[in-house]
Design a binder for this molecule. Structure first.
Ligand code: KIV
Length: 276
C-alpha cells in the first residue's frame, strides 16, 4: 500500500530546530502555530516529519497511554521517561514536556529543580505547566533559571476535581488575569484550554506572546490536539472540539483481526515469511 503524499511542512518550517523566537515571529506575522502530543518514538518521528512546530509530551500520557481517568497520576519519572524518548525522536520541532502535578505548587525551588530535571534528563527545549495567577512567581523563577516555560490556563485538567469536571471555563476576567500573569512572568506562549471563542480572542489580543488553543476556537495564534484524538485512535468518545483526520482504531483493529484469521487458517506465515 502506498502512502498518500504528505503535505509540505507548515509555513513556520525551518531546517533547524524551532525555537521560542520562531514562535514569536509566527505570531507577529500571523502564521498559525501547530502543536501535537506524542509520547513515544514512532509518533514523535511522525509528528516531526509532518512538519508541526511543537511536539508536546503531555501529562495526558496518563490517560492516553496508561488508561488512567485523569492526568493527576502522571509522575515526574514518567514524564522524564516519555520526554527523553520523544526528544530523541524529534529533530526539528520544539519538544515541550509537561510538568506533572503538583510540582508547580510546591514553591519556586522545587519547581525549578523539577523543570531542570526535565530539561537535563530529556533533552527537551521547554516545559509546560498548568497554573493560575497564583503560580506567577513559580513561572518567573523557572524562566530566571533559563528554562523556557509554556503556560496553560482555562480548563486545567490537573485541577479537574476542583473545577467540577472537564467543562468550559467562562470567567473572562479570571482567565485573562491567569494568562496575563503567565505572560508577564516570562512564559513564551500560553495554552488556552476549553474556553469560549470570544474569551480566547480577547486573551490573544491582550497578550504579547502566542496563545495555543485547544477547544478555544480559531482566533488563537496556534492549535494543539492530542495525537490519539487527531488520528482516531482514542478508545472513548472524544471532545466536540476534536477533528479526527483518520480512523486508526479501525485500521489497527482490522489489521489484527485479519492477521488472527490468517493464523487460524494457517495462511500465516507463508513461504515468503518463512526462514530457511
Ligand atoms: O497534556 C496534554 O496533552 C495537554 C494538552 C491537551 C494541551 O496539556
Amino acid at each position: 500500500m502506498t502512502s498518500p503524499p504528505r503535505p509540505p511542512a507548515g509555513p513556520n518550517a525551518t531546517s533547524r530546530r524551532v525555537t521560542v523566537l520562531d514562535l514569536a515571529a509566527a505570531r507577529s506575522e500571523a502564521r498559525p502555530i501547530s502543536m501535537v502530543t506524542a509520547y513515544d518514538w514512532p509518533t514523535g518521528r511522525l509528528a516531526d516529519a509532518a512538519g508541526v512546530d511543537c511536539v508536546l509530551v503531555g501529562d495526558s500520557v496518563a490517560m492516553v497511554i496508561a488508561g488512567r481517568s485523569s492526568t493527576i497520576p502522571a509522575t515526574l519519572e514518567q514524564m522524564i521517561y516519555h520526554g527523553e524518548i520523544v526528544s530523541r525522536a524529534v529533530s526539528r520541532a520544539m519538544v515541550v514536556v509537561d510538568l506533572p502535578f503538583p510540582f508547580q505548587h510546591l514553591g519556586v525551588r522545587t519547581a525549578v529543580e523539577s523543570c531542570a530535571r526535565i530539561l537535563k534528563e530529556t533533552g527537551c527545549q521547554a516545559v509546560k505547566l498548568e497554573g493560575t495567577a497564583g503560580q506567577a512567581d513559580v513561572i518567573a523563577g523557572i524562566v530566571a533559571a533559563g528554562i523556557p516555560v509554556m503556560g496553560h490556563v482555562g480548563l486545567r485538567p490537573q485541577a479537574v476535581h476542583q473545577l467540577g469536571g472537564y467543562r468550559l471555563q467562562r470567567d473572562q476576567d479570571r482567565l485573562l488575569a491567569d494568562a496575563r500573569a503567565a505572560a508577564d512572568s516570562g512564559a513564551f506562549a500560553v495554552v488556552l484550554e476549553c474556553i469560549p471563542r470570544s474569551v480566547a480572542a480577547a486573551i490573544t489580543a491582550a497578550l504579547a506572546v502566542p496563545t495555543i488553543g485547544i477547544g478555544a476556537g480559531p482566533d488563537c495564534d496556534g492549535q494543539v490536539l492530542v495525537m490519539h484524538d487527531l488520528v482516531g485512535l482514542s478508545p472513548d468518545r472524544v471532545p466536540r472540539f476534536v477533528r479526527a483526520y483518520a480512523d486508526t482504531k479501525q485500521t489497527i483493529g482490522d489489521a489484527i483481526a485479519r492477521w488472527r484469521a490468517d493464523v487460524e487458517r494457517r495462511d500465516f506465515p507463508g513461504p515468503g515469511e518463512t526462514l530457511g
